[in-house]
Design a protein around this ligand. Sequence first.
Ligand code: MG
Length: 126
Amino acid sequence: MCLEYEMLKWQNERYPNMQLKEYQDKARVYAIYPEEHRITYPALGLVGEAGEVANKVKKIMRGDVKPEEMEQKKLEVASELGDVLWYCAALAQDLGISLSVIATQNLDKLEGRKQRNVIHGEGDTR
Ligand SMILES: [Mg+2]
């Protein structure tokens, strides 16, 4: 049995209704970049879009957004989060791993940290 099958089987046992696969499948249509830049291109795009999220939030913190503009600004941040999600999906696709498996692994990692009371610590392997 292949690793991807085993991972998806495990993910379906943990969270059977995870819908990220449908998003990843649909988002793949728009992954138009040179084959030789697979992995690198979406990794760089992910960082760029995360920067766009941070910049919009920074401007809110700086006081550039009037209270009556806040709902619109939240929508703009959400749109940038969508761009981040797209690059996550593209990078996961290039790595040959489904977003739903990544999401499940992340929840398991966070739960493990919570159980060990190290959720506020540092380091990838805590
Ligand atoms: Mg953007």
